[in-house]
Write a new protein. Structure first.
Length: 332
């Protein structure tokens, strides 16, 4: 059985940055993720010879702390400015998923590792994976969406206080459906010069992005993100029905006679509707089990909504708390 100081469930940007900070501070941390790649909702899909972002499309900066990280990422050529004057919109080189992959370099992580539950072993925790593998840890950090975290905790030998259970239960999300439409690359669209449109769109359409114009794809792949209301209404429909409805609503914006292929992506937990007003949560005073992520906002958060920056700040804050807790444990 593998033994670590901290087991981190979830390989999104919050979990990866928490692990990166802990690793730099000499803590033996391991990220466990159920997917075949790190990134979470910073997701990029390869389609033919092209690629398309189908989760977060960009991020903005509102705090000095995050700006320091963004400046380093820009120097490393991991990201670049895309558009926007008051708040620059940053895109990631070769797709948003690549940014998290770059951040995960040198960070111990294990993919295709779905966590089922946690068991107690004296003062330690045993994280049990779906395939039966076990990882022993002194502390555990959860970074998936709160409903998924709560489901694991409710199946675990971990005491969750009534207040923490209520807090996690109150964090709810809107789903999202996203169409990925490949067009002949020589055909133009009626999207703005930067390849991004999020206003004056048909009802039910929240955002459209031309990934070729964005600079991450050789193929012309259009990402069509539906609104929360549309996504809730059509989430359980067959792919063909959802795509047909999306196409009908945007037919005046794209040359559909050049449509080469179409795909649909579903996000059950896309954007938090309700969030927690602290950057992390300790499930109870009896446990060294923490929860963090983009829905855990600092009390003075300027935007008041979940986003990539809130995930980053949450991951950094909980990593610092864990480091201090470990120091206190070793000194007693």
């Amino acid at each position: 059985m593998r033994k670590v100081d901290v087991a981190i469930v979830g390989g999104g940007i919050a979990g990866i940055l928490a692990a990166r900070k802990l690793t730099e501070d000499g803590v033996n941390a391991l990220v466990l993720d159920k997917s075949k790649s790190v990134g979470g909702r910073l997701a990029t899909r390869r389609i033919g010879d092209g690629r398309a972002d189908h989760g977060a499309q960009f991020f903005t900066v509102r705090t000095d702390q995050f700006q320091q990280f963004v400046d380093k990422w820009e120097q490393n050529q991991w990201i670049s400015r895309w558009f926007g004057d008051k708040h620059a919109r940053y895109k990631a080189t070769n797709g948003m998923n690549q940014l998290v992959k770059n951040l995960a370099s040198g960070v111990p992580h294990q993919l295709n590792s779905k966590v089922e539950r946690i068991e107690r072993s004296e003062e330690e925790y045993v994280v049990i994976l779906e395939k039966g593998e076990r990882v022993q840890a002194s502390l555990v950090l959860f970074t998936p969406p709160a409903p998924q975290t709560l489901q694991i905790l409710e199946s675990s030998d971990v005491h969750v206080s009534d207040q923490s259970h209520q807090s996690l239960n109150q964090i709810t999300f809107n789903p999202a459906v996203v169409g990925l439409l490949t067009l002949k690359k020589e055909d133009e669209t009626r999207l703005p010069p930067e390849g991004h449109k999020d206003s004056d769109l048909p009802d039910g359409i929240e955002r459209m992005v031309d990934n070729r114009v964005k600079g991450i794809s050789d193929e012309r792949i259009i990402t069509v993100s539906a609104s929360p209301d549309f996504s809730k209404s059509f989430y359980h429909y067959e792919d063909e029905a959802v795509l047909a409805e999306l196409l009908k609503r945007i037919e005046h914006l794209l040359p559909f006679e050049s449509l080469v292929s179409q795909q649909l992506k579903r996000w059950r937990y896309a954007q938090a509707v309700h969030f927690h007003d602290h950057p992390f949560l300790n499930v109870s005073e009896k446990e060294a089990v923490f929860v963090a992520g983009d829905a855990f906002l600092h009390e003075n958060d300027q935007a008041g909504r979940t986003r990539i920056e809130s995930a980053v700040l949450s991951g950094l804050a909980v990593a610092e708390e864990i480091k201090q807790l470990m120091k206190r444990k070793t000194s007693t």
